[in-house]
Design a protein around this ligand. Structure first.
Ligand SMILES: Cc1cc2nc3c(=O)[nH]c(=O)nc-3n(C[C@H](O)[C@H](O)[C@H](O)COP(=O)(O)OP(=O)(O)OC[C@H]3O[C@@H](n4cnc5c(N)ncnc54)[C@H](O)[C@@H]3O)c2cc1C
Length: 456
């Protein structure tokens, strides 16, 4: 397992499972691989991209080489191939959440529909959900348009619940969806697929897919570079100075840009980032190729991942080559030496089906997610500077949201305004709601996470 750097502003490398070809390749200085230890067909050789040195001028500087930043960069170049776009990444492309995700691409953004209706009204609750469906479509379209090879498998998602209160909450959510005319189906216990037999009900969402997010991110970087994007790696941004043009400084250089896109997500205290985004770490793991009997027991999981309802609940999907991906243990911080607790993930895997008794994880890793107090992302610009834009705070469900928000920022820059359907959404804002910081807040957060983990 890769050890994360403790240096502020310098996040970890993408996970390299111990003993995997990825780890071996890294030691040998060879090519990095995609998220699940398979060779990435076009993943950049580790450290092949230069560090920023000296002064550069450009039209748009992007800070952060994850899905948000790269999708903004690619969209900017699609809209105007002559635009000069420079991307600065503290570590290497896909070093953050985007290279560590579990690959569930699905609709839903922010709180449950029942909560969203009360907080924002029916019209906004419905628009927000439809926007999230559009975000999924956007990613599928991006993969299609550029012929990206990332195991994209279209399907749905099944959110499952156990116990009276959770089942009741699902009934209310399905009812809310029905009143808003949204396609969310309540699945009664008797109709759940065999793999979900131990649960009491489910909510089935259409318009979803699974994919390998590390492969998607790495290839987006390549596509951007083929179109003229300049990517600097190992170039953490230390300072953003606003003015007629904005100056972005790293240790060895500066980029002077007309617009700046800040795409730091969980690294919410980074320069230029909007306030209110707190970084947590979420853990994930993957088994080796499962035996036939286990694959039969998990029938359907390739096209319909299973997500347990609840804050810390595990979720599962099968890769097209028959490995089980599991995620869901959360802890504090984005940096630090990470020793994932594969025990909890392993128990979750074994509890899924008796056919998985004795199955071990091939690797486990952790990665940063950006949380906000109200559970909504944040998309907008600096309160005094419309040229300094940001997107982040995806609350752990950002595969679709981050890539879509990156593209929306690009269109905003190109057209001078945010498109009307997005403009009306409650997460278009200069910052997310204030969150307390410091020792006491950290203690409270630790207690909350411990409580969730005991409840899980
Ligand atoms: C284990 C795990 C599983 C997940 N599973 C799912 C899932 O199944 N479905 C789903 O929808 N979402 C999932 N997510 C969330 C999803 O991966 C993220 O929401 C998404 O990738 C965020 O993309 P991003 O570009 O905004 O952030 P990131 O990918 O984190 O990119 C931010 C980048 O900024 C860089 N950076 C930081 N500081 C600086 C600096 N000072 N200067 C320059 N660069 C800097 C970082 O190195 C990083 O590369 C998961 C996340 C994790 C960690």
């Amino acid at each position: 397992m890769a050890v994360m750097s403790e240096r502020p502003g310098a996040p970890a490398r993408a996970p390299a499972p111990r003993g995997s070809p990825d780890a071996a390749a890294r030691r040998a200085g060879g090519p990095a691989m995609t998220g699940y230890g398979r060779p990435g067909p076009v993943t950049a050789p580790t450290g092949s991209r230069g560090r920023l040195r000296g002064v550069r001028r450009c039209d748009v500087a992007v800070i952060g080489g994850g899905l948000t930043g790269l999708s903004a960069a690619v969209e900017l170049l699609e809209l105007d191939p002559n635009r000069r776009v420079v991307l600065l990444e503290a570590d290497q492309v896909a070093a953050g959440a985007s290279g560590r995700g579990t690959g569930l691409l699905g609709p839903r953004v922010g709180p449950a529909l029942t909560v969203a209706r009360k907080r924002y009204g029916d019209e906004v609750a419905r628009a927000a959900h439809l926007w999230s469906v559009e975000a999924v479509r956007h990613v599928v379209g991006l993969v299609d348009r550029h012929g990206i090879s990332c195991d994209l498998t279209p399907g749905g998602q099944l959110v499952v619940a156990a116990g009276g209160r959770a089942v009741e909450a699902q009934r209310r959510e399905a009812e809310a969806a029905r009143s808003l005319g949204l396609p969310v189906e309540l699945v009664e216990r008797r109709s759940l697929p065999a793999v979900a037999a131990r649960y009491d009900s489910g909510l089935r969402y259409e318009s979803a897919a699974t994919l390998d997010p590390a492969a998607l991110t790495a290839q987006l970087a390549r596509i951007g570079e083929q179109r003229g994007l300049t990517v600097f790696e190992r170039s953490p941004v230390r300072r953003v100075r606003r003015g007629l043009l904005t100056t972005v400084s790293t240790d060895d250089g500066e980029v002077v840009a007309g617009h700046v896109v800040v795409a730091l997500n969980a690294y919410g205290s980074g320069p230029g980032a909007p306030g209110g985004v707190v970084g947590l770490r979420v853990q994930a793991g993957v088994t080796g190729k499962l035996p036939e009997a286990a694959l039969r027991a998990l029938d359907g999981l390739t096209t319909e991942p299973l997500i347990e309802q609840g804050e810390l609940a595990p979720y599962f999907r099968l890769t097209p080559d028959g490995r089980l991906v599991v995620g869901g243990v959360v802890e504090r911080g984005t940096h630090g030496s990470v020793a994932p607790a594969p025990g909890r993930l392993r128990s979750a895997v074994r509890a899924l089906s008796p056919a998985l008794a004795g199955v071990e994880l091939d690797s486990a890793w952790a990665g940063p997610i950006g949380m906000t107090r109200d559970g909504l992302p944040v998309l907008g610009h600096h309160p005094d500077d419309p040229q300094l834009l940001h997107a982040g705070g995806c609350n752990g469900h950002g595969l679709a949201v981050s890539a879509y928000q990156g593209a929306l920022l690009a269109r905003w820059i190109a057209r001078g305004e945010l498109e009307p359907l997005t403009r009306a959404l409650p997460w278009v804002r200069p910052r997310a709601p204030w969150v307390p910081r410091g020792r006491l807040a950290d203690l409270a957060l630790d207690r909350y996470l411990a409580h969730l983990s005991n409840a899980a």
